[in-house]
Design a protein around this ligand. Structure first.
Ligand SMILES: *Cc1c(COP(=O)(O)O)cnc(C)c1O
Length: 366
């Protein structure tokens, strides 16, 4: 048996005729940028998240970058980010000329630790980006309290959390604004790059709309120096077809995760911890072990694909050498990066494939 880490062909062959129809519909419309498909997707995705507005943009990094720009974040400002995240969260801050200020995670959930945020706030802090890592919402109630107390904007990096719930509310409607990625491997993925901003703040949505399209509301009238960061009509049409299946596919991820949790309990592995009132989207199923690399090699030899999310934290990347944050500056995050391993998890994976992964881990850890 083989269990690839992810097989997008399996998802797309299941719905090939619907995707083909979306392609032909767009082809025949004769209109490829900022048209009806984008407008419809924006309405449908806002409704799905329970947010008032959605603005389609080029990718997830741009979604976060444009939110911060629209809030006026710029040089000299600071934005709080998790030390334990994908580097895109930090890059969105840097692209505004602002400084990312990392805060360590809660070791059980891997998400930013609400207790540690206040100590990182200075008079220059303008915003905080909470990441719903691996598809599980950060602890937004205490985080929102700190943000409100200090008068800073709260932004969700929901790139891994399409459909996740926190106290019944969906990711994308848990803060002032949220950035989503529709990179192909995400729970809701395009067939290329795509992203979106969701928010209840009409003024913010309006500013992001202008910024994504050259700073222009009316053709050839440029109010501000904007960007070209639009969601394509074609990607929007494909995303609409896949959005209709997101809940069913997330449900299948949940069932497979339950199977993993039951099958792996008792092994010397740290399993995902789900706090009450949290319903993850199960973008990734991540286990933790001091023998991570040996485990990955054993599974690989059995035809089981795994990945590490992520091997090197942003503060230790050469790209952030300027911050002078050497090894040991964020020990919790560094330990997590040394020990995490993501198991295969995708909606079309079979129970037998999950059982093969479980058996593989039992064999390796005996
Ligand atoms: C994927 C991802 C992004 C970036 O999304 P892109 O569409 O690839 O630009 C940002 N943050 C997190 C946590 C991600 O996983």
């Amino acid at each position: 048996m083989k269990v690839p880490f992810l097989d997008l062909r399996a998802a797309h062959s299941e719905i090939e005729s619907r995707l083909g129809e979306a392609f032909r519909r767009t082809l025949r419309s004769g209109w490829y940028i900022l048209g009806e498909e984008v407008e419809r997707f924006e309405r449908e995705f806002a409704a799905y998240c329970g947010a008032k507005h959605c603005v389609g943009v080029g990718n997830g990094l741009e979604a976060l970058h444009l939110i911060l720009r629209a809030y006026g974040v710029g040089p000299g400002d600071e934005v709080i980010v998790p030390s334990n995240t994908y580097i895109a969260t930090w890059l969105a801050v840097s692209q505004c000329g602002a400084r990312p200020v990392p805060v360590e995670p809660d070791e059980r959930t891997y998400n930013i630790d609400p207790q540690r945020i206040a100590a990182a706030i200075t008079p220059r802090t303008r915003a905080l980006i909470a990441v719903h890592l691996y598809g599980q919402a950060a602890d937004m109630h205490p985080i929102a309290e700190v943000a409100a107390r200090h008068g800073i904007k709260l932004v969700e990096d929901a790139a891994q959390a399409h459909g996740a719930r926190y106290f019944g509310r969906r990711a994308g409607a848990l803060a002032d604004a949220a950035g989503f990625s529709f990179y192909p491997g995400k729970n809701l993925g395009a067939l290329g790059d795509a992203g979106a901003v969701t928010t209840d703040d009409g003024a913010l949505a309006g500013r992001v709309r202008v910024l994504r399209n050259y700073g222009s509301q009316k053709k050839y009238q440029n109010e501000v120096k904007g960007y070209n960061s639009r969601l394509d009509e074609l990607q929007a049409a494909l995303l609409r077809e896949k959005l209709a299946l997101l809940d069913a596919w997330n449900e299948r991820r949940r069932a497979l995760s339950r199977r993993y949790l039951a099958g792996l309990s008792g092994l010397p592995l740290v399993l995902p911890h789900v706090p009450p009132d949290n319903e993850p989207a199960w973008h990734l199923f991540v286990v933790r072990s001091p023998q991570r690399d040996a485990l990955a090699a054993r599974l690989d030899a059995m035809g089981i694909g795994t990945l590490v999310h992520y091997p090197v934290p942003p503060h230790l990347q050469p790209a952030y050498a300027e911050l002078g944050l050497g090894p040991g500056s964020f020990p919790l995050s560094e330990a997590i990066h040394r020990e995490v391993l993501s198991l295969p998890l995708w909606p079309q994976m079979t129970d037998a494939q999950a059982d093969y992964v479980i058996a593989g881990l039992h064999g390796a850890l005996q």
